[in-house]
Design a protein around this ligand. Structure first.
Ligand SMILES: Nc1ncnc2c1ncn2[C@@H]1O[C@H](COP(=O)(O)OP(=O)(O)OP(=O)(O)O)[C@@H](O)[C@H]1O
Ligand SMILES: [Mg+2]
Length: 302
């Protein structure tokens, strides 16, 4: 689905009706002028992540049907769709968290830079280091200090560092997560002393400390106020050349603002979730090809 060609300068593709022509109170349509240009990132550091015909089950309940999606380095891919269509399940399959549910099963392949993360011999801890996750609810370790939170994941990867290296890493990750200036004078205070938005940026810094290739974000702003949301969105924009980003969001404006590519998931009555449409974000919001996509992004259901 992804290509790196420039998006060019299309005529204003805004779907918003001209003033006075709206016939009903339509939900807000994302301002597609805010859509990020497609990735032009030959030097992007993240990895390519490919889901290939991924299906998923909980017990005998099939919840995903042959989802294929390529997530390119240098880009943010937004997963959108109504509640229950399998977005979180798909995200959890991408870093082997799905298998933590005892009844869970899956089929298909997930390739990180060409290697199947489910192949025999692939270490699950290494996969989860390379493919980090940020959750809906910020989950810093509350009793740990801010700087300890940042380096908490290093213990798992077994890296011992000198004190000055550790300090440098803390500053680098907090800076990337857009939090350094706010916390640099209080690094020894507990993670729980931060606001919700700051805690979420702390969790992003913690994810970055183990140098992941991919960052998965499951509704990372849904518990945050608009200002904190904006800060996280800026952070995402700054990180995308460093780490491949996949974000689940219910906020269409957010998907339009932060992503270069989009996939629309849908689980129709009695069927497992599948991808109805995937496209670059501009196309998805400006001229979707499936009427169900159009209905969803215009708030007509879901
Ligand atoms: N641990 C679980 N055990 C059994 N079924 C589950 C489990 N987690 C999710 N499901 C089911 O899998 C389907 C997909 O759920 P999932 O959480 O992936 O949806 P989602 O698109 O992330 O929804 P939302 O937008 O509400 O977060 C749903 O039918 C859900 O009930
Ligand atoms: Mg979910």
């Amino acid at each position: 689905m992804h290509s790196n060609e420039s998006s060019g300068t299309a005529d204003d593709p805004s779907p918003a009706p001209a003033a006075g022509t709206a016939t009903a109170v339509l939900p807000e349509v994302p301002d597609v002028t805010a859509v990020q240009p497609k990735a032009e990132a030959p030097d992007a550091l993240g990895a390519k992540l490919e889901a290939d015909r991924v299906s998923a089950w909980f017990g005998d309940h099939k919840v995903l049907e042959r989802v294929s999606l390529t997530m390119e380095p240098g880009s943010v891919t937004a997963l959108i769709g109504p509640s229950g269509c399998g977005k979180s399940t798909f995200l959890r399959i991408l870093n082997r968290m799905h298998e933590l549910v005892p009844s869970a099963a899956l089929a298909g392949e997930v390739r990180l830079d060409g290697t199947d993360i489910y192949a025999p011999g692939q270490r699950v801890t290494e996969t989860r280091r390379r493919i980090g996750m940020v959750f809906q609810k910020p989950n810093p370790f509350p009793a740990m200090s801010i700087d300890e939170n940042v380096t908490a994941g290093l213990k798992l990867t077994g890296g011992r560092r000198r004190r000055d290296e550790r300090q440098e890493l803390v500053e680098r990750c907090l800076t990337k997560a857009g939090l350094w200036r706010e916390v640099k004078d209080r690094l020894s205070q507990p993670g729980s002393s931060l606001s919700g938005g700051q805690q979420q940026r702390l969790c992003i810094a913690r994810s970055l400390a183990v140098q992941p290739d991919v960052l998965l974000m499951d509704e990372p702003c849904s518990a945050l106020d608009p200002t904190s949301t904006r800060r996280i969105e800026e952070t995402i924009a700054e990180l995308r050349n460093e780490v491949t980003i996949v974000i689940v969001t219910h906020n269409m404006q957010q998907a339009a603002r932060v992503s270069q590519y989009c996939a629309f998931f849908l689980a129709e009555e009695g069927s497992p979730g599948s991808v109805v449409e995937q496209a670059d974000t501009e196309t998805m919001f400006g001229s979707p090809s499936d009427p169900r996509t159009s209905d969803y992004i215009h708030g007509r259901f879901g």
